[in-house]
Design a protein around this ligand. Structure first.
Ligand code: AMP
Length: 582
Protein backbone atom coordinates (compact mmCIF):
# COMPACT_ATOMS: atom_id res chain seq x y z
CA UNK A 1 0.00 0.00 0.00
CA UNK A 2 1.44 3.33 -0.94
CA UNK A 3 0.53 6.13 1.38
CA UNK A 4 2.07 9.53 0.91
CA UNK A 5 4.41 10.45 3.75
CA UNK A 6 2.79 12.88 6.15
CA UNK A 7 5.05 15.91 6.29
CA UNK A 8 6.33 16.91 9.73
CA UNK A 9 2.79 17.37 10.58
CA UNK A 10 1.48 18.56 13.76
CA UNK A 11 3.69 20.03 16.41
CA UNK A 12 3.21 23.55 15.27
CA UNK A 13 5.70 26.06 16.54
CA UNK A 14 7.00 24.11 19.50
CA UNK A 15 10.74 24.03 19.40
CA UNK A 16 12.05 20.57 20.00
CA UNK A 17 15.45 20.39 21.54
CA UNK A 18 17.46 18.94 20.09
CA UNK A 19 15.96 19.33 16.66
CA UNK A 20 15.62 15.79 15.46
CA UNK A 21 15.34 16.79 11.85
CA UNK A 22 19.09 16.28 11.58
CA UNK A 23 18.71 12.68 12.51
CA UNK A 24 22.01 11.47 11.13
CA UNK A 25 24.06 14.07 12.94
CA UNK A 26 22.20 13.44 16.15
CA UNK A 27 22.93 9.75 15.90
CA UNK A 28 26.60 10.49 15.47
CA UNK A 29 26.65 12.83 18.44
CA UNK A 30 24.46 10.82 20.81
CA UNK A 31 26.24 9.30 23.80
CA UNK A 32 24.57 7.35 26.60
CA UNK A 33 27.25 8.83 28.90
CA UNK A 34 25.74 12.27 28.26
CA UNK A 35 22.33 10.98 29.28
CA UNK A 36 23.84 9.54 32.43
CA UNK A 37 25.29 12.97 33.23
CA UNK A 38 21.83 14.54 32.99
CA UNK A 39 20.63 12.18 35.72
CA UNK A 40 21.65 12.44 39.35
CA UNK A 41 22.80 9.14 40.85
CA UNK A 42 22.97 8.12 44.48
CA UNK A 43 25.80 9.12 46.76
CA UNK A 44 28.48 6.69 45.74
CA UNK A 45 27.48 6.77 42.10
CA UNK A 46 24.94 4.00 41.48
CA UNK A 47 21.58 4.65 39.90
CA UNK A 48 18.25 3.92 41.55
CA UNK A 49 15.15 4.42 39.43
CA UNK A 50 13.13 5.81 42.36
CA UNK A 51 15.77 8.41 43.09
CA UNK A 52 15.73 9.62 39.48
CA UNK A 53 11.96 9.77 39.15
CA UNK A 54 11.15 11.44 42.47
CA UNK A 55 13.94 12.26 44.90
CA UNK A 56 16.20 14.29 42.69
CA UNK A 57 13.37 16.73 41.95
CA UNK A 58 13.01 17.55 45.63
CA UNK A 59 16.27 19.47 45.45
CA UNK A 60 14.91 21.64 42.64
CA UNK A 61 12.02 23.94 41.76
CA UNK A 62 10.08 20.86 40.69
CA UNK A 63 9.54 19.96 44.33
CA UNK A 64 6.06 21.49 44.46
CA UNK A 65 5.09 20.75 40.88
CA UNK A 66 2.13 18.42 40.35
CA UNK A 67 3.45 14.99 39.48
CA UNK A 68 0.23 12.97 39.49
CA UNK A 69 -3.28 13.97 38.47
CA UNK A 70 -5.41 11.03 39.44
CA UNK A 71 -8.92 10.43 38.16
CA UNK A 72 -10.66 7.60 40.01
CA UNK A 73 -13.23 5.32 38.46
CA UNK A 74 -15.81 6.63 40.92
CA UNK A 75 -15.22 10.19 39.75
CA UNK A 76 -12.64 11.18 42.38
CA UNK A 77 -9.84 13.60 41.46
CA UNK A 78 -6.62 13.85 43.45
CA UNK A 79 -3.39 15.72 42.94
CA UNK A 80 0.07 14.82 44.23
CA UNK A 81 3.20 16.94 43.94
CA UNK A 82 6.66 15.43 43.61
CA UNK A 83 7.14 16.31 47.27
CA UNK A 84 3.95 14.44 48.25
CA UNK A 85 5.17 11.39 46.38
CA UNK A 86 8.62 11.78 47.92
CA UNK A 87 7.19 11.50 51.41
CA UNK A 88 4.72 8.76 50.64
CA UNK A 89 7.27 6.60 48.84
CA UNK A 90 9.71 7.12 51.72
CA UNK A 91 7.02 5.93 54.09
CA UNK A 92 6.35 2.83 52.05
CA UNK A 93 10.08 2.10 51.83
CA UNK A 94 10.15 2.32 55.64
CA UNK A 95 7.17 -0.03 55.81
CA UNK A 96 9.02 -2.61 53.73
CA UNK A 97 12.17 -2.13 55.79
CA UNK A 98 10.07 -2.82 58.88
CA UNK A 99 8.83 -6.03 57.32
CA UNK A 100 12.42 -7.15 56.81
CA UNK A 101 12.50 -6.79 53.01
CA UNK A 102 16.10 -6.81 51.86
CA UNK A 103 17.80 -5.65 48.70
CA UNK A 104 16.97 -7.90 45.77
CA UNK A 105 13.87 -9.47 47.33
CA UNK A 106 10.69 -9.38 45.26
CA UNK A 107 7.71 -7.19 46.09
CA UNK A 108 4.70 -7.57 43.80
CA UNK A 109 1.62 -5.44 43.36
CA UNK A 110 -1.77 -6.73 42.27
CA UNK A 111 -4.15 -3.81 42.31
CA UNK A 112 -6.01 -1.15 40.36
CA UNK A 113 -4.46 2.06 39.07
CA UNK A 114 -4.81 4.08 42.26
CA UNK A 115 -2.14 6.40 43.68
CA UNK A 116 -1.12 3.67 46.15
CA UNK A 117 0.06 1.48 43.28
CA UNK A 118 2.51 4.18 42.23
CA UNK A 119 3.60 4.84 45.80
CA UNK A 120 4.20 1.14 46.46
CA UNK A 121 6.16 0.51 43.27
CA UNK A 122 8.45 3.48 43.79
CA UNK A 123 8.75 2.93 47.55
CA UNK A 124 9.77 -0.67 46.93
CA UNK A 125 12.48 0.46 44.51
CA UNK A 126 13.81 2.79 47.20
CA UNK A 127 13.93 -0.13 49.59
CA UNK A 128 16.10 -1.97 47.04
CA UNK A 129 13.42 -4.55 46.25
CA UNK A 130 12.76 -5.93 42.78
CA UNK A 131 9.22 -4.95 41.89
CA UNK A 132 6.71 -6.93 39.88
CA UNK A 133 3.45 -5.21 38.93
CA UNK A 134 0.55 -7.50 38.00
CA UNK A 135 -2.64 -6.56 36.15
CA UNK A 136 -5.55 -6.45 38.56
CA UNK A 137 -7.58 -8.40 36.00
CA UNK A 138 -5.36 -11.49 36.31
CA UNK A 139 -6.98 -14.68 37.57
CA UNK A 140 -5.52 -17.06 40.18
CA UNK A 141 -3.33 -19.11 37.82
CA UNK A 142 -1.66 -16.10 36.29
CA UNK A 143 -0.96 -14.61 39.73
CA UNK A 144 0.29 -17.94 41.06
CA UNK A 145 2.68 -18.54 38.13
CA UNK A 146 4.30 -15.16 38.61
CA UNK A 147 4.52 -15.07 42.42
CA UNK A 148 5.83 -18.60 42.50
CA UNK A 149 8.43 -18.15 39.78
CA UNK A 150 9.70 -14.91 41.30
CA UNK A 151 9.50 -16.19 44.91
CA UNK A 152 7.82 -12.93 45.87
CA UNK A 153 8.09 -12.12 49.58
CA UNK A 154 5.50 -9.35 49.80
CA UNK A 155 2.34 -8.76 47.81
CA UNK A 156 0.34 -5.53 47.88
CA UNK A 157 -3.28 -5.99 46.91
CA UNK A 158 -6.83 -4.77 47.50
CA UNK A 159 -9.91 -6.28 49.20
CA UNK A 160 -11.58 -7.08 45.87
CA UNK A 161 -8.67 -9.31 44.80
CA UNK A 162 -7.74 -10.95 48.04
CA UNK A 163 -9.97 -13.97 47.47
CA UNK A 164 -7.94 -14.85 44.38
CA UNK A 165 -4.74 -14.66 46.39
CA UNK A 166 -6.03 -16.89 49.17
CA UNK A 167 -7.04 -19.53 46.63
CA UNK A 168 -3.40 -19.99 45.70
CA UNK A 169 -1.63 -19.34 48.99
CA UNK A 170 -0.83 -23.04 49.43
CA UNK A 171 1.40 -22.83 46.35
CA UNK A 172 3.31 -19.80 47.55
CA UNK A 173 5.61 -20.84 50.39
CA UNK A 174 7.84 -17.78 49.89
CA UNK A 175 5.08 -15.23 50.35
CA UNK A 176 5.41 -13.77 53.85
CA UNK A 177 3.12 -10.75 53.89
CA UNK A 178 0.07 -9.47 52.07
CA UNK A 179 -0.47 -5.74 52.40
CA UNK A 180 -4.11 -4.73 51.93
CA UNK A 181 -4.76 -1.29 50.46
CA UNK A 182 -8.32 -0.29 51.33
CA UNK A 183 -8.62 3.21 49.87
CA UNK A 184 -12.39 3.07 49.62
CA UNK A 185 -12.65 1.91 53.22
CA UNK A 186 -14.68 -1.23 52.64
CA UNK A 187 -15.45 -3.22 55.80
CA UNK A 188 -12.61 -5.70 55.91
CA UNK A 189 -11.31 -8.33 58.31
CA UNK A 190 -7.69 -9.36 58.01
CA UNK A 191 -6.84 -12.97 57.17
CA UNK A 192 -3.65 -15.02 57.25
CA UNK A 193 -0.45 -13.06 56.41
CA UNK A 194 -2.39 -9.83 55.93
CA UNK A 195 -1.65 -6.36 57.25
CA UNK A 196 -3.29 -3.02 56.56
CA UNK A 197 -1.51 -0.54 54.33
CA UNK A 198 -3.17 2.49 55.89
CA UNK A 199 -2.16 1.53 59.42
CA UNK A 200 1.44 0.89 58.41
CA UNK A 201 1.67 4.13 56.44
CA UNK A 202 0.16 6.19 59.25
CA UNK A 203 3.05 5.44 61.57
CA UNK A 204 5.86 5.25 59.00
CA UNK A 205 8.42 8.06 58.83
CA UNK A 206 8.60 10.55 55.97
CA UNK A 207 12.36 10.23 55.73
CA UNK A 208 14.21 7.33 54.16
CA UNK A 209 17.65 6.93 52.72
CA UNK A 210 17.34 5.01 49.47
CA UNK A 211 19.10 1.67 49.61
CA UNK A 212 22.36 1.87 47.68
CA UNK A 213 21.82 0.14 44.40
CA UNK A 214 24.29 -0.24 41.57
CA UNK A 215 23.46 0.35 37.92
CA UNK A 216 23.26 -3.39 37.44
CA UNK A 217 21.07 -4.33 40.40
CA UNK A 218 17.69 -5.70 39.39
CA UNK A 219 14.85 -3.21 39.74
CA UNK A 220 11.74 -4.46 37.97
CA UNK A 221 10.43 -7.54 36.27
CA UNK A 222 7.60 -7.87 33.81
CA UNK A 223 6.25 -11.18 32.67
CA UNK A 224 5.95 -10.98 28.92
CA UNK A 225 2.62 -11.01 27.25
CA UNK A 226 2.48 -14.66 26.31
CA UNK A 227 1.95 -14.14 22.60
CA UNK A 228 4.17 -17.23 22.50
CA UNK A 229 4.55 -19.93 25.17
CA UNK A 230 4.54 -19.57 28.96
CA UNK A 231 5.05 -16.12 30.46
CA UNK A 232 8.64 -15.38 31.35
CA UNK A 233 9.91 -12.71 33.69
CA UNK A 234 12.06 -10.20 31.83
CA UNK A 235 14.20 -8.58 34.50
CA UNK A 236 15.52 -5.03 34.20
CA UNK A 237 18.16 -3.15 36.17
CA UNK A 238 18.21 0.35 37.68
CA UNK A 239 20.31 1.69 34.83
CA UNK A 240 17.26 1.22 32.60
CA UNK A 241 16.10 4.63 33.77
CA UNK A 242 18.59 6.15 31.32
CA UNK A 243 16.55 4.66 28.50
CA UNK A 244 13.20 5.71 29.99
CA UNK A 245 14.43 9.24 30.49
CA UNK A 246 16.02 9.72 27.10
CA UNK A 247 13.22 8.21 25.04
CA UNK A 248 10.47 10.00 26.96
CA UNK A 249 12.19 13.23 26.04
CA UNK A 250 13.19 12.61 22.47
CA UNK A 251 10.44 10.27 21.28
CA UNK A 252 7.45 11.29 23.39
CA UNK A 253 8.67 14.86 23.11
CA UNK A 254 7.89 15.73 26.73
CA UNK A 255 8.36 19.40 27.62
CA UNK A 256 8.15 21.03 31.07
CA UNK A 257 4.60 22.36 30.60
CA UNK A 258 3.12 19.19 29.22
CA UNK A 259 0.26 17.29 30.75
CA UNK A 260 0.94 13.75 29.68
CA UNK A 261 -1.31 10.72 29.66
CA UNK A 262 -0.15 7.16 29.07
CA UNK A 263 -3.19 4.90 28.98
CA UNK A 264 -1.25 1.70 29.76
CA UNK A 265 -1.60 -0.18 33.04
CA UNK A 266 1.65 -0.74 34.97
CA UNK A 267 0.96 -4.47 34.65
CA UNK A 268 2.41 -4.01 31.19
CA UNK A 269 5.88 -2.60 30.63
CA UNK A 270 4.54 0.51 28.87
CA UNK A 271 2.65 1.38 32.05
CA UNK A 272 5.88 1.49 34.06
CA UNK A 273 8.52 2.66 31.56
CA UNK A 274 6.20 5.38 30.22
CA UNK A 275 3.42 5.50 32.81
CA UNK A 276 5.91 6.15 35.67
CA UNK A 277 9.63 6.29 34.93
CA UNK A 278 9.89 8.19 31.63
CA UNK A 279 7.62 11.13 32.48
CA UNK A 280 8.63 11.51 36.12
CA UNK A 281 12.37 11.24 35.48
CA UNK A 282 11.73 14.26 33.22
CA UNK A 283 9.73 16.05 35.91
CA UNK A 284 6.50 15.96 33.88
CA UNK A 285 2.93 16.14 35.25
CA UNK A 286 0.96 13.10 34.27
CA UNK A 287 -2.61 11.89 34.40
CA UNK A 288 -3.56 8.43 35.64
CA UNK A 289 -7.10 7.28 34.95
CA UNK A 290 -8.25 4.34 37.00
CA UNK A 291 -11.18 3.34 34.79
CA UNK A 292 -11.13 1.09 31.76
CA UNK A 293 -11.74 1.95 28.14
CA UNK A 294 -14.75 3.96 27.08
CA UNK A 295 -14.56 6.51 24.29
CA UNK A 296 -16.58 9.05 26.26
CA UNK A 297 -14.50 8.69 29.43
CA UNK A 298 -11.23 8.82 27.57
CA UNK A 299 -12.10 11.94 25.65
CA UNK A 300 -13.43 13.56 28.81
CA UNK A 301 -10.14 12.84 30.62
CA UNK A 302 -8.26 14.60 27.82
CA UNK A 303 -10.65 17.52 27.97
CA UNK A 304 -10.75 17.82 31.76
CA UNK A 305 -6.98 17.66 32.33
CA UNK A 306 -6.05 19.44 29.10
CA UNK A 307 -3.78 16.59 28.13
CA UNK A 308 -1.11 17.71 25.67
CA UNK A 309 0.82 14.49 24.99
CA UNK A 310 -1.01 11.20 24.74
CA UNK A 311 0.52 7.73 24.48
CA UNK A 312 -1.84 4.88 23.72
CA UNK A 313 -2.19 1.64 21.77
CA UNK A 314 -3.57 0.65 18.36
CA UNK A 315 -6.43 -1.44 19.71
CA UNK A 316 -7.65 1.52 21.73
CA UNK A 317 -7.32 3.72 18.68
CA UNK A 318 -9.35 1.26 16.61
CA UNK A 319 -11.97 1.20 19.35
CA UNK A 320 -12.12 4.98 19.24
CA UNK A 321 -12.48 4.80 15.49
CA UNK A 322 -15.28 2.30 15.94
CA UNK A 323 -17.07 4.57 18.41
CA UNK A 324 -17.33 7.11 15.61
CA UNK A 325 -16.57 10.72 14.96
CA UNK A 326 -19.73 12.10 16.51
CA UNK A 327 -18.35 11.13 19.96
CA UNK A 328 -15.11 13.03 19.34
CA UNK A 329 -17.06 16.12 18.40
CA UNK A 330 -18.70 16.31 21.82
CA UNK A 331 -15.36 17.14 23.45
CA UNK A 332 -12.83 19.90 23.29
CA UNK A 333 -9.58 18.08 22.56
CA UNK A 334 -7.65 21.11 21.40
CA UNK A 335 -5.08 20.77 24.19
CA UNK A 336 -3.58 17.75 22.45
CA UNK A 337 -0.41 18.55 20.55
CA UNK A 338 1.37 15.22 20.15
CA UNK A 339 0.07 11.66 20.09
CA UNK A 340 1.91 8.34 20.03
CA UNK A 341 1.10 4.67 19.83
CA UNK A 342 2.83 1.40 20.66
CA UNK A 343 2.32 -2.29 21.18
CA UNK A 344 1.17 -3.69 17.90
CA UNK A 345 1.05 -2.61 14.32
CA UNK A 346 -0.59 0.74 13.85
CA UNK A 347 -2.54 0.50 10.66
CA UNK A 348 -2.02 3.40 8.24
CA UNK A 349 -5.78 3.86 8.36
CA UNK A 350 -5.53 4.81 12.05
CA UNK A 351 -2.87 7.45 11.35
CA UNK A 352 -5.01 8.98 8.64
CA UNK A 353 -8.08 8.83 10.88
CA UNK A 354 -6.38 10.73 13.69
CA UNK A 355 -5.05 13.30 11.27
CA UNK A 356 -8.55 13.86 9.95
CA UNK A 357 -10.43 13.72 13.24
CA UNK A 358 -7.95 15.13 15.77
CA UNK A 359 -5.82 17.14 13.39
CA UNK A 360 -2.80 15.16 14.64
CA UNK A 361 -1.24 11.97 13.39
CA UNK A 362 -0.36 9.13 15.72
CA UNK A 363 3.37 8.55 15.92
CA UNK A 364 3.98 4.84 16.07
CA UNK A 365 6.91 3.41 17.93
CA UNK A 366 8.22 -0.06 18.54
CA UNK A 367 9.73 -1.86 21.48
CA UNK A 368 9.22 -4.91 23.67
CA UNK A 369 9.10 -5.93 27.31
CA UNK A 370 12.65 -7.17 26.82
CA UNK A 371 14.01 -3.93 25.41
CA UNK A 372 12.78 -1.87 28.38
CA UNK A 373 12.38 1.30 26.33
CA UNK A 374 11.44 2.50 22.87
CA UNK A 375 13.85 1.28 20.19
CA UNK A 376 12.31 2.38 16.90
CA UNK A 377 10.18 5.47 16.55
CA UNK A 378 8.58 8.14 14.48
CA UNK A 379 9.99 11.38 15.83
CA UNK A 380 8.03 14.59 16.27
CA UNK A 381 9.81 16.60 13.63
CA UNK A 382 10.22 13.94 11.00
CA UNK A 383 7.88 12.91 8.25
CA UNK A 384 5.70 9.99 9.16
CA UNK A 385 5.34 7.16 6.71
CA UNK A 386 1.95 5.76 7.74
CA UNK A 387 2.33 2.07 8.55
CA UNK A 388 6.02 2.36 9.43
CA UNK A 389 7.39 2.09 12.96
CA UNK A 390 9.93 4.80 12.20
CA UNK A 391 13.68 4.83 12.71
CA UNK A 392 15.95 3.49 15.46
CA UNK A 393 16.36 5.52 18.60
CA UNK A 394 19.52 7.63 18.64
CA UNK A 395 21.59 5.31 20.81
CA UNK A 396 20.25 2.13 19.24
CA UNK A 397 21.40 0.11 16.23
CA UNK A 398 18.73 -1.97 14.55
CA UNK A 399 19.14 -4.26 11.57
CA UNK A 400 17.33 -6.81 9.48
CA UNK A 401 19.19 -10.13 9.56
CA UNK A 402 18.89 -13.13 7.25
CA UNK A 403 17.22 -16.44 8.11
CA UNK A 404 20.21 -17.61 10.19
CA UNK A 405 20.57 -14.26 11.91
CA UNK A 406 24.09 -13.91 10.60
CA UNK A 407 24.12 -11.43 7.75
CA UNK A 408 22.49 -8.02 7.48
CA UNK A 409 19.91 -7.81 4.72
CA UNK A 410 19.87 -4.89 2.29
CA UNK A 411 17.03 -2.32 2.34
CA UNK A 412 13.72 -3.65 1.08
CA UNK A 413 14.36 -7.26 2.11
CA UNK A 414 12.36 -8.88 4.83
CA UNK A 415 14.13 -10.69 7.68
CA UNK A 416 14.64 -10.94 11.43
CA UNK A 417 14.60 -7.68 13.31
CA UNK A 418 17.66 -7.50 15.56
CA UNK A 419 19.18 -4.91 17.87
CA UNK A 420 22.84 -4.50 18.73
CA UNK A 421 23.20 -5.39 22.42
CA UNK A 422 24.26 -2.82 24.93
CA UNK A 423 21.62 -0.15 25.44
CA UNK A 424 21.05 0.58 29.16
CA UNK A 425 17.47 -0.61 29.49
CA UNK A 426 17.98 -4.00 27.87
CA UNK A 427 16.67 -6.88 30.01
CA UNK A 428 19.40 -8.78 31.82
CA UNK A 429 17.75 -12.17 32.10
CA UNK A 430 14.52 -14.11 32.04
CA UNK A 431 14.02 -14.88 35.72
CA UNK A 432 15.12 -18.49 36.39
CA UNK A 433 15.49 -19.03 32.63
CA UNK A 434 19.03 -18.01 31.82
CA UNK A 435 19.30 -20.49 28.94
CA UNK A 436 16.21 -19.10 27.28
CA UNK A 437 17.64 -15.62 27.75
CA UNK A 438 20.92 -16.60 26.10
CA UNK A 439 19.05 -18.17 23.22
CA UNK A 440 17.73 -14.73 22.28
CA UNK A 441 21.21 -13.54 21.30
CA UNK A 442 23.36 -14.32 18.33
CA UNK A 443 26.82 -12.76 18.56
CA UNK A 444 26.38 -9.06 19.13
CA UNK A 445 22.71 -9.14 18.15
CA UNK A 446 19.61 -9.47 20.28
CA UNK A 447 17.07 -11.28 18.09
CA UNK A 448 13.70 -9.70 18.71
CA UNK A 449 11.50 -12.48 17.34
CA UNK A 450 9.83 -10.01 14.99
CA UNK A 451 10.11 -9.96 11.24
CA UNK A 452 10.44 -6.63 9.50
CA UNK A 453 12.09 -4.79 6.65
CA UNK A 454 13.91 -1.51 6.39
CA UNK A 455 13.44 0.88 3.48
CA UNK A 456 16.03 3.02 1.69
CA UNK A 457 15.40 5.89 4.13
CA UNK A 458 16.10 3.72 7.15
CA UNK A 459 12.42 3.43 8.22
CA UNK A 460 11.43 0.05 9.63
CA UNK A 461 8.25 -1.74 8.60
CA UNK A 462 6.76 -4.44 10.78
CA UNK A 463 5.83 -7.72 9.09
CA UNK A 464 4.82 -9.93 12.03
CA UNK A 465 6.12 -12.10 14.81
CA UNK A 466 8.59 -14.61 13.43
CA UNK A 467 6.18 -17.36 14.34
CA UNK A 468 3.11 -15.55 12.96
CA UNK A 469 4.39 -15.17 9.44
CA UNK A 470 2.29 -17.17 7.06
CA UNK A 471 4.03 -19.24 4.44
CA UNK A 472 1.67 -19.70 1.55
CA UNK A 473 2.96 -21.50 -1.52
CA UNK A 474 6.50 -20.58 -0.51
CA UNK A 475 5.68 -16.88 -0.15
CA UNK A 476 5.88 -15.23 3.22
CA UNK A 477 2.87 -13.09 4.05
CA UNK A 478 2.72 -10.97 7.18
CA UNK A 479 -0.68 -11.11 8.87
CA UNK A 480 -0.44 -7.40 9.58
CA UNK A 481 -0.53 -6.65 5.89
CA UNK A 482 -3.71 -8.68 5.47
CA UNK A 483 -5.32 -7.22 8.59
CA UNK A 484 -4.49 -3.68 7.54
CA UNK A 485 -6.22 -4.21 4.22
CA UNK A 486 -9.27 -5.76 5.84
CA UNK A 487 -9.80 -3.02 8.37
CA UNK A 488 -9.96 -0.49 5.60
CA UNK A 489 -13.29 -2.04 4.64
CA UNK A 490 -16.04 0.16 6.08
CA UNK A 491 -17.71 -2.70 7.94
CA UNK A 492 -14.59 -4.13 9.59
CA UNK A 493 -13.65 -3.11 13.14
CA UNK A 494 -10.86 -5.58 13.80
CA UNK A 495 -9.19 -8.39 11.93
CA UNK A 496 -6.81 -11.22 12.80
CA UNK A 497 -5.17 -13.32 10.10
CA UNK A 498 -3.60 -16.75 10.53
CA UNK A 499 -2.26 -19.47 8.28
CA UNK A 500 -4.28 -22.68 8.16
CA UNK A 501 -2.98 -25.90 6.62
CA UNK A 502 -3.60 -26.50 2.95
CA UNK A 503 -2.56 -29.62 1.07
CA UNK A 504 -1.27 -27.70 -1.92
CA UNK A 505 -0.10 -24.31 -0.75
CA UNK A 506 1.09 -25.53 2.69
CA UNK A 507 -0.85 -22.72 4.32
CA UNK A 508 -3.64 -20.44 3.19
CA UNK A 509 -4.87 -17.39 4.96
CA UNK A 510 -7.92 -17.35 7.13
CA UNK A 511 -9.13 -14.07 8.56
CA UNK A 512 -11.27 -13.54 11.65
CA UNK A 513 -13.19 -10.33 11.54
CA UNK A 514 -15.31 -8.38 14.01
CA UNK A 515 -17.74 -5.88 12.58
CA UNK A 516 -18.43 -2.26 13.43
CA UNK A 517 -21.69 -1.47 15.16
CA UNK A 518 -24.55 -1.40 12.70
CA UNK A 519 -23.23 -4.21 10.46
CA UNK A 520 -24.62 -7.74 10.52
CA UNK A 521 -22.67 -10.84 9.49
CA UNK A 522 -23.83 -12.36 6.21
CA UNK A 523 -22.45 -14.41 3.34
CA UNK A 524 -22.86 -11.41 1.13
CA UNK A 525 -20.74 -9.24 3.42
CA UNK A 526 -18.05 -11.94 3.48
CA UNK A 527 -17.95 -11.88 -0.32
CA UNK A 528 -17.79 -8.12 -0.31
CA UNK A 529 -14.87 -8.06 2.13
CA UNK A 530 -13.03 -10.70 0.11
CA UNK A 531 -13.49 -8.72 -3.09
CA UNK A 532 -12.34 -5.61 -1.31
CA UNK A 533 -9.19 -7.41 -0.06
CA UNK A 534 -8.49 -8.71 -3.53
CA UNK A 535 -8.16 -5.15 -4.73
CA UNK A 536 -5.68 -4.27 -2.01
CA UNK A 537 -3.52 -7.36 -1.69
CA UNK A 538 -1.44 -9.63 -3.84
CA UNK A 539 -3.53 -12.66 -4.83
CA UNK A 540 -1.54 -14.90 -2.51
CA UNK A 541 -2.11 -12.66 0.46
CA UNK A 542 -5.91 -12.62 0.13
CA UNK A 543 -7.79 -14.52 2.81
CA UNK A 544 -9.22 -17.74 1.46
CA UNK A 545 -11.70 -17.84 4.32
CA UNK A 546 -13.36 -15.22 6.49
CA UNK A 547 -15.10 -15.92 9.77
CA UNK A 548 -17.04 -13.33 11.77
CA UNK A 549 -16.49 -13.15 15.53
CA UNK A 550 -18.15 -10.74 17.96
CA UNK A 551 -14.67 -9.75 19.18
CA UNK A 552 -11.12 -11.02 18.77
CA UNK A 553 -9.12 -12.58 21.63
CA UNK A 554 -6.57 -10.06 22.83
CA UNK A 555 -3.91 -9.78 25.48
CA UNK A 556 -4.54 -7.26 28.22
CA UNK A 557 -2.10 -4.99 26.50
CA UNK A 558 -4.28 -5.11 23.42
CA UNK A 559 -2.51 -7.46 21.03
CA UNK A 560 -4.64 -9.75 18.95
CA UNK A 561 -3.72 -13.28 20.06
CA UNK A 562 -3.30 -14.95 16.70
CA UNK A 563 -1.79 -17.95 18.46
CA UNK A 564 -5.14 -18.45 20.19
CA UNK A 565 -7.15 -17.94 17.01
CA UNK A 566 -4.98 -20.61 15.42
CA UNK A 567 -5.25 -23.06 18.33
CA UNK A 568 -9.02 -22.66 18.37
CA UNK A 569 -9.26 -23.05 14.63
CA UNK A 570 -7.13 -26.19 14.58
CA UNK A 571 -8.54 -27.68 17.79
CA UNK A 572 -5.12 -27.52 19.48
CA UNK A 573 -4.44 -26.81 23.16
CA UNK A 574 -4.80 -23.10 23.84
CA UNK A 575 -1.58 -22.95 25.88
CA UNK A 576 -1.06 -20.15 28.36
CA UNK A 577 -3.94 -17.70 28.30
CA UNK A 578 -3.15 -15.80 31.47
CA UNK A 579 -2.71 -12.55 29.58
CA UNK A 580 -5.94 -12.93 27.64
CA UNK A 581 -8.28 -10.04 28.36
CA UNK A 582 -11.71 -10.80 29.75
P1 AMP B 1 5.34 -6.80 24.54
O1 AMP B 1 6.66 -7.29 25.00
O2 AMP B 1 4.17 -7.50 25.13
O3 AMP B 1 5.21 -5.32 24.63
O4 AMP B 1 5.26 -7.16 22.99
C1 AMP B 1 6.27 -6.75 22.10
C2 AMP B 1 5.84 -7.10 20.72
O5 AMP B 1 4.70 -6.29 20.35
C3 AMP B 1 6.88 -6.80 19.67
O6 AMP B 1 7.84 -7.82 19.58
C4 AMP B 1 6.01 -6.69 18.44
O7 AMP B 1 5.68 -7.98 17.95
C5 AMP B 1 4.77 -6.00 18.97
N1 AMP B 1 4.89 -4.56 18.80
C6 AMP B 1 5.19 -3.62 19.71
N2 AMP B 1 5.16 -2.39 19.17
C7 AMP B 1 4.85 -2.55 17.88
C8 AMP B 1 4.66 -1.66 16.77
N3 AMP B 1 4.78 -0.36 16.90
N4 AMP B 1 4.35 -2.20 15.57
C9 AMP B 1 4.22 -3.53 15.44
N5 AMP B 1 4.37 -4.41 16.44
C10 AMP B 1 4.67 -3.93 17.64
Amino acid sequence: MNYEPIKKPDIGTLSVKPNLSDYKKLRQDFRWEDIRRELDGLKGGGLNIAHEVIDRHIKTALKDKTALLWEGKEGESEKYTFNDLYKLTNRFANVLGGLGVKKGERVFTYMDRTPELYVCLIGALKAGAVVGPLFSAFGPDAVKDRLKDSKAKVLVTIPRLVKTVHEILGDLPDLEKIIIVNRRKRPYELKALEIKYEELMDVALDAFETVKTTNEDFAIMHYTSGTTGKPKGAAHVHQAVMGHYATARYVLDLHPDDIYWCTADPGWVTGTSYGIFGPWSNGISQVVYEGGFSANHWYSVIEKYKVTVWYTAPTAIRMLMKAGESVVQKYNLKSLRYICSVGEPLNPEAVLWSLRVLGLSFHDNWWQTETGCIQIANYPVQDIKPGSMGRPFLGVTAAILDENCEKEMPPGKEGNLALKSGWPSMFRTYWNKEELYKSRFKGQWYITGDRARMDEDGYFWFVGRADDVINTAGHLVGPFEVESALIEHPAVAEAGAIGIPDPIAMEVIKAFVSLKDGYTPSEELKRDIKNFARKKLAALACPREIEFLPGLPKTRSGKIMRRLLKARELGLPEGDTSTLED
